[in-house]
Design a protein around this ligand. Structure first.
Ligand SMILES: CC(C)(COP(=O)(O)OP(=O)(O)OC[C@H]1O[C@@H](n2cnc3c(N)ncnc32)[C@H](O)[C@@H]1OP(=O)(O)O)[C@@H](O)C(=O)NCCC(=O)NCCS
Length: 225
């Protein structure tokens, strides 16, 4: 069937690639998996985020309310249900990151646009108790591979403050490439902050980003462990 503009009309499922469970991948911090966020993540989600305020807040976009209010366990159900609604509409892939089956952070593929764009952004945070253990790197690789296969996307973008060396390192290890700078892109801690734009398209992933991490000696798959 034709759209009338010469482009083929492709019928897609309503929300390709969702729900999904990804992994396991072994990294120095433990066994990393991604699974849909759950209502019962509230307690751990809140405990980590209240403890890690200093670690997280300087990188996250401004929102209404105080940190304590936004990250109290009682505020999780409304955030979870927004994420779930967007996921049901095919607009978002809201994952919890687990390490050794314990909640350890979040990875979200958001603002999914389909048709000829097939693009989205990727965002993530990981508990400070696991810093430097390879968790975010494994999670980004798992989610990117999934986005380009089961979820049928073509391009993912990550926007990062140039001062966020840990996040830049994660994207570099996985294989995202810098495309430029978005001036005064996001309001973070009361100011409009420049962000570097990193991106990757399906053509750049070769045999897959998880395979790339394994080949680089940064991760193992359980059968190899
Ligand atoms: C960014 C973040 C997700 C990384 O999580 P993580 O699980 O520690 O990431 P990994 O262990 O996979 O990789 C981190 C890398 O950054 C390096 N790193 C950490 N802090 C660094 C710093 N200050 N300078 C340079 N490198 C740094 C680590 O050594 C590691 O690299 P290596 O494997 O070569 O040693 C985590 O720091 C976080 O949640 N930060 C706050 C939220 C955030 O910034 N989210 C991303 C917004 S764009």
């Amino acid at each position: 069937m034709s759209t009338g503009y010469g482009a083929p009309y492709v019928t897609e499922p309503h929300r390709p690639g969702w729900p999904a469970r990804l992994g396991p991948v072994e990294v120095p911090a433990g066994t990393v998996r991604l699974r849909p966020v759950r209502l019962r993540d509230a307690t751990e989600w809140s405990r980590i985020r209240l403890r890690d305020r200093e670690y997280l807040e300087r990188w996250e976009p401004a929102q209404a309310g105080t940190w304590a209010e936004r990250n109290a366990a009682w505020s999780w159900p409304s955030q979870w249900s927004t994420l779930r609604r967007l996921a049901k509409r095919g607009q978002c892939l809201p994952f919890a990151i687990t390490v050794d089956d314990d909640f350890a952070g979040q990875l979200t593929v958001g603002n999914i646009i389909r048709a000829a764009l097939r693009s989205a952004w990727i965002g993530y945070w990981v508990s400070s108790s696991l810093a430097g253990g390879g968790v975010a790197t494994a999670a980004v690789a798992l989610a990117t591979d999934h986005a380009f296969t089961q979820a049928r996307l073509h391009r993912l973008e990550a926007t990062v403050r140039p001062e966020n060396l840990a996040s830049l390192r994660v994207l570099g290890k996985v294989g995202y490439r810098r495309e430029g700078v978005f001036r005064r892109y996001l309001e973070v801690q009361g100011r409009w902050r420049d962000h570097d734009c990193y991106a990757i398209t399906r053509e750049e992933t070769g045999a897959g980003l998880v395979t790339g991490l394994v080949n680089a000696g940064r991760a193992t798959l359980p059968e190899q462990a």
